[in-house]
Design a protein around this ligand. Structure first.
Ligand code: G3H
Length: 496
C-alpha cells in the first residue's frame, strides 16, 4: 500500500536561470510498465513538459551567463562557499528519499532494495565528493618550487557542461556526472533520460534553493529537439553522457568544433566472465547469477557473456540454469522480487529476436523457464552453446538473456576480448595462483577492471570507472570525476 502511486505528478515546470518556469505547451504522458494489479496494464504516472528549441537555448544561455567566461559568481566562488551550497543540496535531497525511491520502482522497475541502495549510494557519493574536493583544494593550495620557478597549482572549471544520464541509474549515474561538474565550478544543463524522468521532480527545488541561478538548469524533451540545438551553438565545453554511443556520437557531431569538445562518456560494454576448470563452482554460479540478472541485466557493468571451460561446462550449465529458474519475478516492492518488469516496451521482443537468432543457428535455451514472456517481461534465457555468428554474442543485449560459450583454450576468450569493440571489465573465476597471476596481467591490458572470483560492478563508487575502446571516454569515480570535469591551472613566478 505504501508504495502505490496515489497522486499523479503533473510536473509542468522546468528549471532555467534559477527560476521554475511553468510550461503551457506540449506535454508527454509518462506511463509505467509496472502494474499494481495482476492483470498487466500500463499505469499513468504523470506528465512532463516537451520543451522546444527556444526553451533549450534559454537554458543554455542561462548556463553561459552564469559561467560568464569564467568570471561568474560560481566559477570564481571560494571553495568553502561552493561546498556549503553542495551541503545544502544534499541535506534537502535526503528529505526526498521515499518519493524518489517510489518513483525509481514505478518508472524503471528497479526492486525496492536496489532502489533504496541507489538513493543512499548517491547521497554517499555526494558526501565523498565534498571530502575529496576539500582534499584536492588542500593539496593543490601548496606552493611548489622547481629550478627557481614557484608555482601555485590549482584545478579550475572547464565551462558549460551538457549532461545526459541513462535510464538504468537515473539518479546515481546522472549525479555521478552532474555533482562533480557542478562542484568544480562549471555550469550545467541537464536533460534526464526518457525513463526515470519524473524522479527528478522531487529534487528540482533542492537544486533551485541550493545553487546560484544558472548553475543547474534542468530541461525535458527529445534529444534531437533540445540537446542537438544546444550543441549546434558551439557554446558547450563538455559533453557528459552515460548511455549509448549512437546518442553520444550524434550529439558530438552537432558541435561545430566536435574534435575539440571535451567528452566524459560512459558507453556500452560486453563484460565476459571466464570460468576456469578449477573454479569454486558454487561461488562462480552465484556471482554469475548476480552479474547477469541483477536489474534484469540492464547494467553496463552486467556480465553479458559467460565463457566456461569444457571440463566443467556440463555441471555448470545444469546448476546455473536451475538456479536462474528459482529467481522470483514480481513487482519491485514485492519481497524477494529479483526479476521485475522492463521499462522499455520493445525490450521483450528484442530479447526474443536474439533468442530466435541463436536457436536458429544451433543454440538451445537450457533453462526450463527461459524465454517465457508476459506483456512486460521475458524470463532470462540461458543460451548454450553460443558462437560468434550469433547476434547475442555480438550485441550488447542489456536485458535478460545469458549466452554461455564453451572454451578449451584460454586463448579463445582472450582473442575474443582483444577483437571486441568494448573493454570495460571481466570476471575471472579460478583458484590456482600460478594460472591466475599471468592471466590477470594480460586481462588488465584488455579491460579496466578485473574482478577476481566476483561479478563485474561499478561500485564502490570511489573506485575508477572507465573502459577501453568504445566503452568510455574519461574516468569517473569520486576522485577521478573531479579531475575529468576540471583542468589544472597555475600561477608561476620566478626568483628575482
Ligand atoms: O550501468 C552501469 C552502472 O554504473 C552499474 O553500476 O555495477 O554498481 O550496478 P553497478
Amino acid at each position: 500500500e505504501q508504495f502505490q502511486i496515489k497522486e499523479i505528478l503533473n510536473q509542468n515546470t522546468y528549471l532555467v536561470g534559477g527560476e521554475l518556469k511553468t510550461w503551457r505547451g506540449q506535454t508527454s504522458d509518462i506511463y509505467s510498465t509496472i502494474s499494481s494489479t495482476e492483470a498487466y496494464q500500463p499505469t499513468y504516472l504523470g506528465t512532463i513538459p516537451t520543451l522546444g528549441k527556444k526553451e533549450a537555448i534559454s537554458a543554455l544561455d542561462a548556463a553561459v551567463e552564469a559561467y560568464d567566461k569564467g568570471q561568474g559568481l560560481w566559477p570564481t566562488m571560494k571553495v568553502v562557499d561552493r561546498i556549503a551550497c553542495m551541503e545544502k543540496f544534499v541535506e534537502q535531497m535526503k528529505t526526498k528519499r521515499d518519493e524518489v525511491v517510489k518513483l525509481l520502482m514505478w518508472e524503471i522497475g528497479k526492486n525496492l532494495p536496489d532502489s533504496q541502495k541507489e538513493f543512499d549510494r548517491t547521497v554517499e557519493y555526494i558526501y565523498d565528493t565534498i571530502e575529496d574536493y576539500k582534499d584536492m583544494d588542500r593539496n593543490s593550495a601548496k606552493f611548489q618550487k622547481h629550478d627557481g620557478v614557484h608555482a601555485h597549482i590549482r584545478r579550475g572549471p572547464l565551462g558549460v557542461v551538457l549532461c545526459l544520464g541513462p535510464y538504468n541509474y537515473p539518479l546515481n549515474e546522472t549525479f555521478a556526472l552532474l555533482i562533480p561538474a557542478i562542484i568544480m565550478g562549471n555550469t550545467t544543463i541537464f536533460k534526464p533520460a526518457k525513463f526515470g524522468v519524473l524522479l527528478l521532480s522531487p529534487l528540482i527545488e533542492a537544486f533551485q534553493n541550493s545553487f546560484p541561478k544558472g548553475v543547474v538548469n534542468i530541461i525535458y524533451g527529445r534529444g534531437r529537439t533540445v540537446a542537438a540545438p544546444i550543441m549546434q551553438t558551439g557554446k558547450v565545453d563538455v559533453l557528459a553522457l552515460i548511455g549509448n554511443s549512437k546518442s553520444a556520437n550524434a550529439l558530438q557531431n552537432q558541435h561545430p568544433k566536435s574534435n575539440r569538445l571535451r567528452l566524459v562518456l560512459g558507453l556500452e560494454a560486453k563484460n565476459p566472465a571466464i570460468v576456469l576448470p578449477d573454479a569454486d563452482l558454487d561461488l562462480a554460479i552465484s556471482e554469475c547469477i548476480a552479474g547477469t540478472t541483477s536489474f534484469n541485466g540492464q547494467r553496463c557493468t552486467a556480465l553479458k557473456v559467460l565463457y566456461v571451460h569444457e571440463a566443467i561446462i556440463e555441471e555448470f550449465n545444469k546448476r546455473f540454469s536451475e538456479k536462474v529458474d528459482t529467481l522470483k519475478f514480481g513487482n519491485p516492492w514485492e519481497d524477494g522480487a529479483k526479476l521485475t518488469p522492463l521499462p522499455e516496451p520493445d525490450k521483450p521482443s528484442y530479447i526474443q529476436e536474439l533468442i530466435d537468432d541463436a536457436t536458429a543457428k544451433g543454440a538451445l535455451v537450457i533453462n526450463k523457464k527461459g524465454g517465457k514472456t508476459t506483456e512486460n517481461y521475458i524470463f532470462p534465457a540461458v543460451l548454450y552453446p553460443v558462437s560468434k555468428d550469433m547476434r547475442v554474442f555480438q550485441e550488447e543485449q542489456f536485458g535478460p538473456v545469458i549466452p554461455v560459450v564453451p572454451f578449451s583454450d584460454i586463448e579463445e576468450p582472450l582473442n575474443d576480448m582483444a577483437e571486441s569493440n568494448y573493454g570495460q571489465q571481466v570476471s575471472l573465476f579460478g583458484k590456482d595462483v600460478k594460472t591466475l597471476a599471468p592471466l590477470i596481467d594480460t586481462l588488465v591490458n584488455l579491460v579496466c577492471r578485473v574482478n577476481l572470483n566476483s561479478s563485474c560492478q561499478r561500485g564502490p563508487d570511489v573506485y575508477p570507472f572507465t573502459g577501453r575502446k568504445d566503452s568510455a571516454v574519461a574516468t569517473l569515480s569520486v576522485h577521478d570525476a573531479l579531475r575529468s570535469f576540471s583542468i589544472r591551472t597555475f600561477v608561476a613566478s620566478k626568483d628575482n
